[in-house]
Design a protein around this ligand. Structure first.
Ligand code: SF4
Length: 343
């Protein structure tokens, strides 16, 4: 199969049906033992200092790994990708643009997927067969999520890692299934996290310091029971067609569409507080205004740039936030006031 880089979660079923092996450049970037090196490749090529580290990382990975084909999302992800796509073209990569519909509509998504299939020389019927082949892997990802918030035997980091990895199924969905099945079997025998740990939600794009963040939160007595976008990357709702699956996937659409998923999940998962991660120089940070208006829980807005570990400053802010949540206890006894406890 020919490798194709992807810049966010896209309908990989169509790519696979066309004979491509999708590789999520974000996952390669952030799991690299030395991600600064990849950012440096981009900065040496002229990417500005005030450009998001993820964009620079995607460029660095593509250059270093000699990626020849890239599917770039032009609507429904990031405006910076449009210029990244132009630079990829300049470097001689074969760039395939892909635009999610402006709003969630099964009919529009059907047309979009048919068009992508035609561009890649395959059919939606073939892609539907790939969707069916992925069903087990997607079901395991849902079980992992349940074991996180219902049974309390899967950590926030494990939840993050396996959900985010569903964007390309670590390059081989059978391997993903095997490794995840093993983790689920092992986790079912674990002692659950204590009931008195605070329950957090993580909203926003995955952070550049994810591993450190989840571990640090747990060391402070709080754990993440809802990873919003990561869960979306794994397609949390079983659907009967690709068009329906990528329509109920909220990430590409309006923040209000995302809130229709977020608000019930916050209640269902009995979340005590919300961390909204924003990446430096990212337009999505502006959405913080809307989250603070719509969510009746304490929110900590956490910004990351190109530090791949938590800084002292961020640790202090996290500690203070967790302290405040503890002092607010018992959470259920408090009337939830809009904006209360905003940090
Ligand atoms: S964090 Fe924001 S600016 Fe960076 S790639 Fe993602 S959407 Fe784009």
């Amino acid at each position: 199969m020919t490798t194709i880089g992807i810049t966010t979660t896209v309908p990989i079923e169509v790519l696979m049906a066309a004979g491509y092996k999708p590789v999520d450049l974000n996952n390669v970037f952030v799991s690299d033992p030395d991600p600064e090196r990849l950012v440096n490749i981009a900065e040496k090529a002229g990417f500005p200092l005030n450009c998001c580290a993820w964009i620079k990382g995607l460029y660095g990975v593509a250059m270093e790994q000699g990626i020849e084909n890239v599917l770039c999302v032009t609507t429904g992800d990031c405006s910076n990708t449009i210029m990244l796509m132009e630079v990829f073209r300049l470097r001689g990569l074969n760039v395939i643009p892909f635009a999610f519909p402006d709003s969630p509509s099964v009919q529009d998504m059907q047309r979009t997927l048919e068009s992508l299939a035609r561009t890649l020389g395959t059919t939606l019927e073939a892609a539907e067969k790939v969707r069916q082949a992925f069903e087990k892997a997607r079901q395991l990802a849902r079980e992992l999520d349940d074991l996180t918030w219902k049974q309390g035997v899967v950590s926030g980091w494990e939840n993050h890692y396996w959900l985010v990895s569903a964007s390309d199924f670590i390059g081989d969905h059978r391997e993903y299934e095997a490794q995840l099945s093993q983790l689920l079997d092992e986790s079912r025998g674990r002692k659950p996290y204590p009931d008195d740990m605070l329950r957090l939600a993580y909203l926003g794009v995955p952070s550049v310091f994810a591993r450190d963040l989840y571990r640090y939160l747990e060391s402070c007595g709080a754990r993440v029971v809802f990873n919003e976008i990561q869960r979306q990357f794994a397609m949390p709702n079983p659907e009967s067609s690709l068009a329906q699956q990528y329509t109920s996937y909220t990430y590409p659409y309006s923040i209000f569409d995302r809130l229709e998923d977020i608000l019930p999940q916050l209640r269902l998962r009995r979340v005590d507080g919300v961390i909204h991660y924003v990446q430096a120089f990212c337009h999505r940070g502006i959405g913080d205004i809307i989250f603070r208006h719509a969510i009746d829980l304490p929110i900590l807005t956490l910004e990351g740039n190109a530090d791949f570990m938590l800084t002292h400053h961020l640790r202090t802010r996290l500690e203070a936030f967790i302290d405040m949540l503890r002092r607010r206890a018992p959470i259920s006894a408090h009337p939830k006031t809009k904006g209360a406890g905003s940090f």
